[in-house]
Write a protein that binds this ligand. Structure first.
Ligand code: ITT
Length: 199
């Protein structure tokens, strides 16, 4: 099964390959598929933005299953910011060292139980016959008082797990993928694909 993943984010792409494996699918990034189009993510939810991306690529991709991932970090004490604006928060070109320091700063004085947050990942699929589907994975945690760990990407250094008190950037890729929003969503969409393709 040829699968095109509608993302320009290399870190997502790495996790996607780790999670989906290459046994059942030949996974191509947009670059590998030779597709280069700008997509305006103007939806109001993770699910809407995910479908906007997969449908836009499906419109120019023939015979491939197109998947997309729209994800982000919701911090409850900040009215679920940065949410669907996670990539654009403080500007696309601002480093995550700065973004992460800023979010910690904004939670100054907030107690642990009120620092709750979650990563959300909406993965959508568009099939060559036009059928589509979208699923959501989430992982609950809290925002730490300082960045920790060098694995992962984006907001991983400040996202801590309730039970372990370590950030997702301190986990090995395997351990993160086993519990992450993206791991859950991709394992769900795999089932959707198997069902659709009668595997
Ligand atoms: P594409 O739209 O091309 O896929 P993007 O990075 O713009 O790439 P999103 O709009 O879905 O994708 O933004 C997701 C952002 O949420 C991402 O850039 C990170 O800042 C954050 N994020 C998502 N998953 C994460 C994870 O597993 N660990 C840390 N941060 C994550």
């Amino acid at each position: 099964r040829k699968v095109i993943f509608a993302t320009g984010n290399a870190n997502k792409m790495r996790e996607i390959r780790e999670i989906l494996g290459e046994e059942d699918f030949e996974i191509l990034s947009m670059k590998e598929a030779g597709i280069d189009i700008d997509i305006v993510e103007d939806g109001a939810t993770f699910e809407e933005n995910s479908l906007i991306k997969s449908r836009a690529i499906a419109a120019v991709a023939r015979d491939a299953i197109v998947l997309a991932d729209d994800s982000g970090l919701e911090i409850d004490a900040l009215n679920k910011e940065p949410g669907i604006y996670s990539a654009r928060y403080m500007g696309e070109d601002t480093s995550y060292d700065i973004k992460n320091a800023n979010l910690i700063e904004r939670l100054d004085g907030v107690e642990k139980q009120d620092r709750s947050a979650r990563f959300v990942c909406a993965v959508s699929a568009v099939f060559p016959d036009g059928e589509d589907a979208v699923v959501r994975g989430t992982i609950e945690g809290y925002i730490g008082w300082e960045p920790m760990g060098t694995n992962g990407f984006g907001y991983d250094p400040i996202f801590y797990l309730w039970d372990k008190d370590v950030s997702t950037a301190s986990l090995s890729p395997e351990d993160k993928n086993a519990i992450s929003h993206r791991g859950q969503a991709l394992r769900m969409i795999k089932e959707v694909i198997y069902k659709h393709e009668n595997i």
